[in-house]
Design a protein around this ligand. Sequence first.
Ligand SMILES: Cc1cc2nc3c(=O)[nH]c(=O)nc-3n(C[C@H](O)[C@H](O)[C@H](O)COP(=O)(O)OP(=O)(O)OC[C@H]3O[C@@H](n4cnc5c(N)ncnc54)[C@H](O)[C@@H]3O)c2cc1C
Length: 263
Amino acid sequence: MKVVIIGGNAAGMSAGSRLARKSKDTEVVVYEKSNTVSYGACGLPYYIAGLNDDDNKMRIRTAEQFEAQGIKVCLNSEVKEVDHEQKHVVIENSETGKLFHDTYDRLIIGSGSSAVRPPIAGIDLQGVYTLKTIDDAIRIKEDLVGKDIRKVAIIGGGYIGLELCEAAFLQGKTDIKLFEALPEILNGFDTEISTEVRKSLQDNNIDVHLSCKVNEFLGENGRLTVFQLTMGYLMRISHWLRWERALIPCLLIVSINYLMEPL
Ligand SMILES: Cc1cc2nc3c(=O)[nH]c(=O)nc-3n(C[C@H](O)[C@H](O)[C@H](O)COP(=O)(O)OP(=O)(O)OC[C@H]3O[C@@H](n4cnc5c(N)ncnc54)[C@H](O)[C@@H]3O)c2cc1C
């Protein structure tokens, strides 16, 4: 039997490893669109914080290690189409741009999620980030520590937003602002808990803005310089701030589900 796996991180490689261990006759082929497999995203904020300065420590196993286990790993290979009837996938190699195809008996989709980039004008300016992948973390850290950045804006008061507040704090940033569109941070928690967490942030000089949405980013020469805020859900401009950076954590993680559309 031949099993094709789409996505080479936690879900995809766990499935692939288990198949390779338990079903020696099964041919396992993994297609991963990035150049990395099997890393622990949970460690990304700690890497940005400087608690770990070696990005290899977040990489759990390499493609070569999986290959030695008998799993064929194709990096930079994005599955673009799935034909469930013909059990056929079309893959694009991002280095050459070439399309090729493969067939399978069973297909495992472990394509995970991608960071939501809200449709805010100017979101593609340099200096505006999302955090999802190891490459995102490397870019954020390079910018955060490599230049004289004091001010950091974090949009979204969920887990990852708070981890980024802590990371910026541990990197010695003195002006950290957190913006949350809802009336309280950590929306999934009871208010007794989220209020205490917010107070703890405020005790550490993190400037928390509740009921506050970002409306627009503006830049000069392609880089973010200003972003415009609205208070509450009224589209009223209340502040104009001039900051060097905004970090947008991936608070809302969506599945990449276009692969599962009927073709
Ligand atoms: C900053 C951060 C901190 C986190 N902290 C924690 C934590 O403390 N505890 C916890 O339990 N969880 C945490 N998580 C969540 C955890 O990392 C995810 O649950 C986990 O990564 C999910 O693994 P996955 O394999 O399902 O998906 P993903 O990690 O999203 O992997 C999917 C893979 O599929 C690839 N792919 C997508 N589409 C295609 C395609 N068409 N063709 C080929 N390849 C494709 C992607 O490139 C990716 O490598 C954190 C996540 C982040 C971003």
